[in-house]
Design a protein around this ligand. Structure first.
Ligand SMILES: [Zn+2]
Ligand SMILES: [Zn+2]
Ligand SMILES: [Zn+2]
Length: 359
């Protein structure tokens, strides 16, 4: 028989809310509600955040390219990465929620993990190329000091690279010179992101949403990377040529870091990594004491152990061992099993399946 048709519309308590991965997905639920035009303020502020990333990616990317700012291009790359992250969840939203089939008995939740891995590879690759671009410009700017500042062996390796980078720049210095007007775009990005932080934080505080709070802090982090770009552009404008490419290098590092984080997360999802111990303990706590099953005294359930939980997209598959008295009848034991399953699926909307081993 089927235990999977409960209606889980009701709110669920805080366990996974502090958990970054589930948080992302709940942020996405808000985004989708807003797109369907039926979200509250939390949904609307999330949508506004995603839309601001669209505008900032295009604006900073075009300006950074046209005005020759390595740090602004890298900052645009960061905004693009944020956008792609939202895109994966949106794109796999329907697919990963398809009902299980005979071919895929655990459902299609791993589509999302696979998408995360693919996007993370894109991010790491993007960070590599942006970083390389910035590194070459950095070395070209530092070339005059290279002999004095580094050990001869290091200088011997770097010098030819720096020379060739310098040659490229000196061939057409006008076309490659940084236009300080790039600073305006970094300033606008900083302002928009700081404003998004305050707006989102306000809604998060009023609605006591940790998901929105996490979104808010991401906006603050984005404001910081735009601040790095702004500082770098102004530095080059003020006569420190290395500032802008160095800023680009820093922001590229931030993109690479984000990409690595997603890669590890997506890959461990694909590897069926279990949820952390505190989450498993929280699941076990829901069952102690077990709400009295029909005709089965709670005391008959002696112990819950071996709790395991594996994520598949937004779904959680749980299995555990329940110790029951050896003399318990089959009917009673089945009631205990049903009660365990319903307690978990009602308490946590992400719990898709519960397998109980009676011992
Ligand atoms: Zn970001
Ligand atoms: Zn059953
Ligand atoms: Zn057993």
């Amino acid at each position: 028989h089927d235990h999977g048709d409960h209606d889980h519309d009701h709110a669920h308590a805080g366990m996974f809310h502090s958990h970054e991965h589930a948080g992302d997905r709940e942020g996405m639920e808000l985004l989708i509600k807003a797109l369907q035009g039926k979200g509250g303020r939390g949904a609307n502020v999330t949508l506004l955040g995603a839309l601001s990333n669209v505008g900032l990616t295009i604006g900073k990317g075009a300006a950074g390219w046209a005005l020759n700012s390595a740090s602004l291009v890298a900052d645009a790359g960061h905004s693009l990465g944020d956008l792609l992250g939202d895109f994966v969840v949106l794109a796999t939203w329907t697919w990963s929620r398809k009902a299980p089939t005979a071919d895929y008995p655990y459902g299609y939740g791993k589509y999302e993990s696979l998408g995360t891995v693919l996007i993370s590879i894109l991010l790491v690759g993007g960070a590599y190329f942006l970083g390389q671009h910035s590194l070459i410009l950095t070395m070209a700017a530092l070339e005059p000091y290279m002999q004095a500042a580094t050990a001869p062996a290091v200088a011997d390796v770097l010098e030819p690279l720096a020379q060739s980078a310098k040659a490229v720049i000196e061939a057409d210095p006008e076309a490659l010179a940084l236009d300080p007007n790039a600073a305006w775009f970094a300033l606008i990005s900083l302002g928009v992101k700081e404003w998004m932080y305050r707006l989102t934080k306000k809604v998060a505080d009023e609605e006591k949403s940790t998901v929105l709070a996490a979104n808010a802090y991401h906006h603050r982090f984005d404001a910081w990377t735009s601040g790095v770009a702004l500082f770098a552009i102004l530095g080059t404008w003020a006569g420190v040529p290395v500032a802008d490419p160095l800023g680009g290098l820093l922001v590229s590092g931030a993109i690479g870091w984000q990409g690595c984080k997603w890669l590890i997360r997506g890959a461990s999802d694909l590897m069926d990594a279990g949820v952390p111990a505190p989450d498993r303990d929280a699941l076990a706590r829901l069952l102690t004491p077990l709400p009295a099953a029909l005709g089965t005294p709670t005391a008959e359930l002696l112990r819950i152990r071996n709790v395991r939980a594996v994520k598949s997209g937004s779904q959680l598959f749980v299995d555990l061992t329940a110790d029951v008295p050896p003399g318990m009848t089959m009917r009673e034991a089945h009631e205990v099993e049903r009660c365990i399953r319903e307690t978990l699926t009602h308490a946590r909307k992400e719990v898709k399946e519960v397998r109980v081993h009676l011992h």
